[in-house]
Design a protein around this ligand. Structure first.
Ligand SMILES: [Zn+2]
Length: 98
């Protein structure tokens, strides 16, 4: 039997779920839903957010790498803009040697 297939009821050869456990790092042994890559327990039938409010909430909650948020990136961007403007003022006043 290939790694990518499982037998359902010992009879039907189906595509294996591609989800990987966060805890054990092993692959799910369930069978993928029809036309999907994951099983019913791993979101095969999920439609995601369908309303405008749901999409906005998801966008506001979405993080990158689990550490940065939009607010942290905006704060860093604002600080960088302040620093660049201070450097520009310093250069016009001749504070920096070239
Ligand atoms: Zn699964």
């Amino acid at each position: 039997m290939s790694e990518n297939f499982v037998f359902v009821f010992g009879k039907y050869k189906c595509l294996r779920c591609s989800a990987i456990s966060k805890r054990s790092k092993s692959r799910c042994n369930g069978y993928a839903a029809n036309g999907k890559a994951v099983c019913r327990m791993h979101g095969a039938y999920s439609t995601g957010p369908t309303t405008k409010e749901g999409l906005e909430k998801l966008a506001s909650l979405r993080k990158i790498h689990g550490k940065e948020t939009r607010s942290i990136r905006k704060k860093r961007s604002d600080l960088k803009a302040k620093l660049l403007s201070a450097i520009a003022i310093g250069e016009t006043l001749g504070m920096f040697n070239k």
